[in-house]
Design a protein around this ligand. Structure first.
Ligand SMILES: Cc1cc2nc3c(=O)[nH]c(=O)nc-3n(C[C@H](O)[C@H](O)[C@H](O)COP(=O)(O)OP(=O)(O)OC[C@H]3O[C@@H](n4cnc5c(N)ncnc54)[C@H](O)[C@@H]3O)c2cc1C
Length: 402
């Protein structure tokens, strides 16, 4: 019965396209509406953690992902100025054994292209921005800025942190500024890997900020995420241009290897980091939310896109499980996904506090805890994300437990 369902997906980011891919695997028709005139993603990296990679395997997209990825050796915590190791969580080899899938680094544009290539011809309308949602008996209609409309059994808002669909369903509550801003750059290299950038996911922890560096594009580029606490921010966007000089000024005095890397950044973006409190519901009648539209989070556990990918898989499976009963499918979807995404949202906030500690006493306590835990079990030390990676959105019994 699920074969007769028709789903309209507002937003063709990673979450919207992951949903479209999962729906198609269940024989459910999906049409994607994206406000950009063409598909594309800004130049930035993405950590594809084992929980997200499991979904890529289930969607049959793992081989394509593998081809564009880099496998980090370990997740390493380093002192911002001395580069002293504070924790080391082995990844290569261990993640397959512990979590059933590897930990990979990719470029967002490459990942997005894998999903875009999976869309059948005619499944996407580009250059149309959703302006409203109308509920009808047994249907919902998405309205667009070109005057067109699309009626479907279900409309899914996968339209990001400033979701118009969310606003239509739940009213206008702007996301909150978290007190953090972030520079992002990708530095390409002809050779790989560089002797001063280790082949790890490196978390450089400093007072009131941290920097994450890792290889993408099979090791031909290094991705930089440099986070700093700040009192004010005016804009939330992927693509506010910054400069190498501004990035360097923000991290003066940090380790020479970081400064050397930053000084080779050609294109630098910056933006404020916003999130929301977990929502008590995502769905109203025949419309629901997914990804950042439902649960925007700080990137400190590297999970925003991973959660959107998991959401897409579970929503498609829930609709399939309940055949034509959309309400039952949405109940199952929320029951599986809201507890998990809420925990990731809240723990991401907490990691920011831990990473950015500044007082000598608090730092001493934190660093001793890192060392002790690392000796006992390195997989439960450091950023403490083992519970995130264990989850398998493709296994109904585990997914139900959230
Ligand atoms: C610094 C930083 C680092 C990060 N690192 C990681 C990481 O390592 N791993 C990870 O998993 N996540 C990471 N994330 C999070 C991740 O990038 C996001 O959570 C993820 O992109 C959300 O996907 P989405 O599809 O829900 O939303 P988006 O990617 O925002 O996509 C929304 C889409 O909807 C479209 N749209 C918006 N409004 C409309 C409208 N009205 N009509 C039609 N279309 C519309 C937009 O153009 C866009 O294409 C990071 C985020 C930040 C800020």
């Amino acid at each position: 019965m699920s074969r007769s369902l028709r789903v309209g997906v507002v937003g063709g980011g990673i979450g919207g396209l992951a949903l479209a891919a999962a729906l198609r695997r269940h024989g459910i028709e999906a049409r994607v509406f994206e406000r950009a005139k063409q598909f594309g993603e800004v130049g930035a990296g993405i950590q594809m953690t084992p929980n997200a990679v499991k979904v890529m395997v289930a969607l049959g997209l793992y081989d394509a992902l593998r081809q564009i990825s880099f496998t980090p050796q370990a997740l390493v915590g380093r002192h911002w100025r001395s580069a002293r190791e504070m924790f080391r969580t082995p990844l290569a080899g261990d993640c397959e054994r512990l979590y059933g899938a590897p930990f990979l680094h990719a470029h967002r544009a490459d990942l997005h292209a894998i999903f875009a290539a999976d869309l059948p011809d005619g499944a996407a309308n580009l250059g149309v921005a959703c302006t409203g949602i109308e509920q009808r008996p047994n249907a919902a209609v998405a309205q667009f800025d070109d005057g067109s409309a699309f009626e479907a059994d279900l409309i899914v808002g996968a339209d990001g942190i400033h979701s118009v669909v969310r606003k239509c369903l739940f009213g206008d509550q702007p996301p909150q500024f978290t007190g953090n801003m972030c520079w992002r750059a990708t530095v390409p290299f002809a050779t790989q890997p560089l002797n001063y950038v280790s082949p790890d996911s490196s978390f450089w922890l400093g007072p009131h900020g941290h920097v994450v560096t890792y290889y993408v594009q099979g090791g031909r580029a290094v991705n930089i995420v440099a986070v700093a606490e700040t009192a004010a921010w005016v804009e939330e966007a992927w693509n506010v241009r910054s400069t190498r000089e501004e990035l360097l000024a923000g991290f003066a005095g940090w380790h020479p290897n970081l400064i050397r890397l930053f000084s080779q950044a050609e294109t630098v973006f910056k933006w404020g980091l916003f999130d929301r409190d977990p929502m008590p519901a995502w769905s109203v009648d025949r419309a629901t939310l997914l990804g950042d539209a439902a649960h925007p989070m700080l990137p400190f556990l590297s999970q925003g896109a991973a959660m959107a990918i998991e959401d897409g898989y579970v929503l498609a499976a829930s609709l399939h499980d309940h055949g034509g009963d959309v309400a039952a499918g949405l109940r199952q979807y929320e029951a599986r996904r809201r507890p998990r995404t809420a925990r990731v949202q809240l723990e991401s906030r907490e990691r920011g506090r831990t990473y950015h500690l500044a007082s000598p006493l608090a730092l001493l306590k934190r660093d001793i805890a890192y060392r002790v835990r690392n000796l006992i079990n390195p997989h439960k030390s450091g950023i403490k994300a083992n519970w995130v990676y264990e989850y398998d959105a493709t296994a109904p019994a585990l997914a139900k437990a959230a």
